[in-house]
Design a protein around this ligand. Sequence first.
Ligand code: ZN
Length: 106
Amino acid sequence: MRQIYSAEHPTEAHMVKGILETNGIECEVRGDTLFGARGELPLTIETAPSVWVVDERRYEDARRIIQQYEAANAGELAAKEKWNCSACGEILESQFTHCWQCGKAR
Ligand SMILES: [Zn+2]
């Protein structure tokens, strides 16, 4: 067993596990059961949910897959560009289809 990924929350840990398993790499999530008690625990490597590769020989493969996943995530974030309202000039996040300031459609 070797730790491959330290997630910020259990959902992310399970998502990474799903991606690895889709690629035929057996892995386990650890620490997600502690999440409910996080309020009383300091945020450390021990308490953060993590993903472990069962077969250490697959570690390098898993590493590569996670890097691709992270690169895809970064690309997604970059795609979410802000836009300017043509009526009032307000700068809006990409998820808004209308200006919250003056109501004009994008
Ligand atoms: Zn506007």
